[in-house]
Structures are given as structure tokens and as C-alpha cells.
Design a protein around this ligand. Structure first.
Ligand code: HEM
Ligand code: HEM
Length: 207
């Protein structure tokens, strides 16, 4: 591809990513407007939760559209995956930091193993560690070789814990519509997992 057209594609790609961020903010603001939060800190906790949840989802989904993303955005899959992942990591960190400030306690970072119900409703806590661990494994993948991929799969577990957490205690996930959206997102990730496994299995069989 000539450099000029490659540059143009990249510029358009950056605009698409910015537009995706803008659309996500508008959707989240719309959902939140239906149920206004009592304080600015509550707005921040809910907005970072929903945007972070969406960014983690989009990062995971991006793994299925490697070629398409390259064609559309003019950047290798890993760059796009990286940018959205970093946005997600920042947001899902600001979210519990907001909760810690609201409750004046760092205990909000401790997973609760007292019952299955408590563990799942506060499932964002373990999910936060799992996403961090899975991302670190990807960052150091050349050093830890094969095992990084298995650790990276923890992102799936994290997403399901975060979904349970949002459905069980999220003020914006009370409606049938939002519950349906969360269920569809989780189902789509099951699809991603199965699709990736089938693709790998076919590749290894061909060799
Ligand atoms: C929010 C954080 C992240 C999430 C939710 C996420 C999610 C995923 C998922 C679901 C896959 C497909 C795995 C499979 O089933 O085979 C994947 C693949 C991958 N991710 Fe991430 N990821 C995150 C962060 C990162 C980071 C920070 C990096 C790099 C530093 C990274 C690098 C990769 C690579 C190299 C692949 C392999 C693609 C392939 O060859 O199939 N990921 N990621
Ligand atoms: C230490 C980690 C975490 C803590 C302490 C935490 C805490 C909370 C709390 C207290 C709420 C209820 C919000 C409110 O009452 O204002 C909530 C909601 C939520 N959390 Fe977390 N969370 C954590 C991690 C995560 C992670 C990692 C994700 C996503 C990957 C996440 C996604 C959500 C979502 C989507 C909601 C629903 C927001 C809404 O309905 O507006 N949380 N979280």
C-alpha cells in the first residue's frame, strides 16, 4: 500500500476509534440519565464502571476481527487491542478507586469469600485482579512463552464475574433491557472463546 493511502487509512482509523469512544460515552450518559445519581462521585463510579465494562468487552471481541480491524483501521490487531485494553484498565481501576473514596476504605479491594452470593455480587473485586494479571501475562508473553495464553484466558472468567457483579448490584442493570444487553455481551464472549478454540484446533490439525 503506498505510504499516503496507508497514512490516510490510519488517520481514518484514529477517527473511528475516537468516534467509538464518543458513541460509548453518549450511550452510557443516556442510560445514566434515566436514573440520576445523588452525588458527582456516584456518577463517576457508575460511568467508569459501565465504560470500563464496555471497553473490556470490546477488547475481548477485537480478538475475533484481527484481519478486519487491520483493513478498517490500518493498524495491526495488537495495537488496537492494546489501546482499548489500556482504556478499559484505566476505567475499571478508577471505578473501585471511586468506591474506596466513597466508603473511605481500601477493603473494597478484597474479594469476599463469605458466600457464593457475596463473592458473585462483589465479583468486580476478583475480576479486577484477573484482568490485571491477564494483561500482565500478555505484556510479558515473549518471556513466559506458551503459558501466557492460558493466563490471558482469565479475561473470560473476569468478564463473567464482572457481569454477575453488574447484574447483582449495578443500579443501571435493574431493567430488563440492560439485563438483556449484559446477557448478550456474555453470550458473545462465549462465542469468541468457542470460535478461537475451533480456529486453533483446525490450524493444528492441518499441520
Ligand atoms: C482489558 C484487557 C484485555 C482483555 C479483556 C483481553 C482479551 C483478549 C481475548 C478474549 C483474547 C482472545 C484469546 C483466545 O481465546 O485465544 C485476546 C488475545 C490476545 N491478547 Fe488480549 N486482552 C486484554 C489485554 C491485552 C494486552 C494488554 C495485551 C498485550 C500487551 C494483549 C495481547 C493479546 C494477544 C497478543 C492476543 C492473541 C491474539 C491471537 O493470536 O489469537 N491483550 N485478548
Ligand atoms: C475492586 C474492584 C471493584 C469494586 C470495589 C467495585 C464496586 C462496585 C460497586 C459498589 C458498584 C455499585 C455502584 C453503585 O452503587 O454506585 C459497582 C457496579 C458496577 N461495577 Fe464494579 N467494582 C469493582 C470492579 C469492577 C470491574 C473490574 C468491573 C468491570 C470489568 C466492574 C463493573 C461494574 C459495573 C458494570 C457496575 C454497574 C454500574 C451501574 O449499574 O451503573 N466493577 N461496582
Amino acid at each position: 500500500m503506498p505510504t499516503n493511502s496507508k497514512d490516510r487509512k490510519r488517520r481514518h482509523g484514529a477517527l473511528y476509534l475516537i468516534a467509538l469512544g464518543g458513541i460509548s460515552i453518549v450511550i452510557v450518559a443516556g442510560v445514566m440519565a434515566l436514573q440520576p445519581a445523588p452525588t458527582p462521585l456516584d456518577w463517576i463510579i457508575r460511568a467508569t464502571a459501565m465504560l470500563g465494562f464496555l471497553a473490556v468487552f470490546l477488547t475481548a471481541i477485537s480478538a475475533v476481527f484481527m484481519r478486519e480491524l487491520y483493513q478498517l483501521l490500518g493498524r495491526p490487531f495488537i495495537r488496537v487491542h492494546h489501546v482499548v485494553a489500556v482504556a478499559g484498565l484505566v476505567l475499571v481501576t478508577l471505578h473501585p478507586v471511586g468506591v474506596a473514596i466513597r466508603s473511605s476504605s481500601l477493603r473494597v479491594f478484597l474479594p469476599d469469600f463469605s458466600s457464593v452470593d457475596a463473592f458473585l455480587s462483589l465479583g468486580g473485586r476478583p475480576a479486577w485482579y484477573l484482568i490485571g494479571l491477564a494483561s500482565l501475562a500478555a505484556l510479558f508473553r515473549t518471556r513466559i512463552k506458551q503459558s501466557w495464553r492460558a493466563i490471558h484466558y482469565l479475561n473470560y472468567v473476569a468478564f463473567f464475574l464482572a457481569t454477575a457483579h453488574a447484574l447483582m448490584i449495578g443500579p443501571d442493570f435493574g431493567s430488563l433491557a440492560m439485563r438483556g444487553v449484559a446477557a448478550l455481551m456474555a453470550l458473545a464472549l462465549v462465542g469468541v472463546f468457542v470460535h478461537k478454540r475451533l480456529k486453533r484446533w483446525r490450524l493444528t490439525r492441518r499441520r
